[in-house]
Design a protein around this ligand. Structure first.
Ligand code: AHR
Length: 495
């Protein structure tokens, strides 16, 4: 007799929409994310468009990435955008002081990034420099990219070959201001934020900028409270939050060679996101009960030791089934908190941390996390269908975690999508879902699974892990029974 867990999905007409921006990405000037990743230069033999790899553009288009954050991260608070415009041969260099101390030639700048976003059909999210920049410098950047009339900055943009402004809506005001962004206190940052945010726009916030405040580090609830208390709501489009699934900053563990104990600890950190978004949202609710301000988790993902032999400052790591489970479970948390979590950015897109794409010279591979993002793209802008479940437990060494993570949505065509992750590394779990209320007659499914948790896609075996058709379910009298294999990510589609 199989143990079966009931998962209830409610057709709730007033449930929120899952903002597509939850599926955002992050591209920092860090290691081989931009240089040697996205950007190979237009003289490269690797097929490219204005220096950006075509294979990366094609792969990201398939993910329908809704927004891309740039140029950092910590790098953003050292970046002076004026050094990255105009003729490339005249641009000054910049030392990437946080990431490997390498000297960059600024050949990838504002035009390169915003043109890339146009190619991808994605919304840019520019992270402004508050830490080492000035109010004027950030105000000038806004004018340079957004102003359609005549002004010193828009004239400069036109001189550099771009007549029409890009109209960038999403702007970060500093990054990790409590750390690499200037080691500020929450009070001090809130004051600075008010000043910077003021000069980014006019009285009526023409252009409707979404200004995002540099947010808390994981459990720093005081940070969120201070920002919400001290920054007028009309100046605040979003409050950020950063949380990495790292087991110990001094001993992060190998990306591929890990034990079940380490896997369990990583998942403890990943599932902590539920508590973090719940508690940060509750603080925001006190000051913003109508939920006008978004919680923006603009850095999340797994963080392990760098690959042996690679530059320690470049944060290059492989990506296994552990990362697929981590991504699926985290995205389910964001979906289920769609009312407040309206944007998120996986760290990072190419060759850094929990990347969706890895490159080695001309070769490119898609990671298990890429495929999770691909399966989950169906949730973008779909209506949330709230779920109730009393999850079975995943037990390791006397400690427990909920084994099943799930979320569901109904898209504009009326298709229902249910994403299910079995976090348990050993036990399959059987779920029963009543389809009657949802009006579903038939189901199809795809699964991401592999024989070992440590499995990954390598440059020699790039397609080891990919979604395949899933048949482990049956429907009887409108009841769906699904058997979810250990450490797998599942997407069911009902119609
Ligand atoms: O994503 C890597 C780094 O992590 C970012 O630069 C920083 O914001 C965070 O600490």
């Amino acid at each position: 007799q199989k143990e079966t867990t009931v998962l209830t999905i409610k057709n709730t007409p007033n449930a929120p929409t899952i903002n597509k921006n939850i599926y955002g990405h992050f591209a920092e000037h860090l290691g081989r994310c931009i240089y040697g990743g996205f950007f190979v230069g237009d003289t490269s033999k690797i097929p490219n468009t204005a220096g950006v790899r075509n294979d990366i553009i094609d792969a990201l288009k398939k993910l329908k990435i809704p927004n891309l954050r740039w140029p950092g991260g910590c790098f953003a608070d050292t970046y002076h955008w004026k050094d990255g415009i105009g003729p490339k041969e005249n641009r000054p260099t910049i030392v990437n002081q946080w990431w490997g101390g390498v000297t960059e030639d600024n050949s990838f700048g504002t035009h390169d990034f915003l043109n890339l976003c146009e190619l991808l059909g994605t919304e840019p999210y520019l992270a402004g420099n508050m830490g080492s920049g000035t109010v004027q410098e950030l105000a000038d950047w806004v004018q340079y990219v957004n102003f359609g009339g005549k002004s010193p900055m828009s004239d400069l943009r036109v001189k550099n070959g771009k007549k029409e402004p890009w109209k960038v809506k999403i702007w970060g005001v500093g990054n990790e201001a409590w750390g690499c962004g200037g080691n500020m206190t929450a009070d001090y940052y809130a004051g600075e934020y008010r000043k910077y945010a003021t000069f980014m726009s006019d009285w009526s916030n023409t252009g409707g900028l979404m200004r995002v405040a540099s947010g808390a580090n994981s459990t720093d609830y005081n940070w969120t409270e201070t920002l919400m208390k001290n920054i007028p709501a009309n100046m605040l489009g979003g409050v950020a939050l950063h949380h990495y699934s790292v087991i110990d900053w001094n001993k992060k563990g190998d990306a591929v060679d890990f034990t079940e104990e380490i896997y369990f600890k990583t998942m403890q950190q990943a599932l902590k996101m539920e508590e973090l978004v719940t508690k940060h949202s509750a603080i925001m609710d006190k000051y913003d009960p109508n939920k006008k301000i978004a919680l923006v988790v603009d850095e999340w993902g797994g963080w392990y030791e760098v690959e042996k032999g690679s530059n320690p400052g470049f944060l290059y790591q492989q990506n296994t089934m552990r990362d697929a489970v981590l991504a699926g479970a985290t995205l389910n948390i964001f979906n289920n908190h769609a009312e407040r979590v309206r944007m998120a950015n996986l760290a990072q897109c190419v060759n850094v941390l929990q990347a969706v794409i890895l490159t080695d010279k001309a070769k490119m591979i898609l990671t298990p996390t890429y495929y999770v993002m691909q399966l989950y793209s169906v949730h973008q802008d779909a209506q949330l269908l709230p779920i109730t479940i009393k999850s079975p437990l995943y037990t390791y060494n006397g400690e427990t975690l909920p084994a099943i993570s799930a979320s569901a949505s109904k898209d504009k065509m009326g298709l229902v999508h249910i994403s299910v992750v079995n976090v348990d590394s050993k036990k399959q779990n059987t779920l029963e879902i009543d389809l009657n209320e949802l009006g579903i007659k038939s189901i199809s499914g795809q699964i991401i699974a592999s024989s070992k948790l440590q499995d990954f896609n390598s440059f020699d075996n790039p397609t080891k892990i990919q979604p395949v058709a899933f048949k482990g379910f049956e429907i009887k009298k409108g009841k769906l029974t699904v058997t979810v294999p250990p450490f797998s990510v599942l997407m069911l589609e009902g119609k």
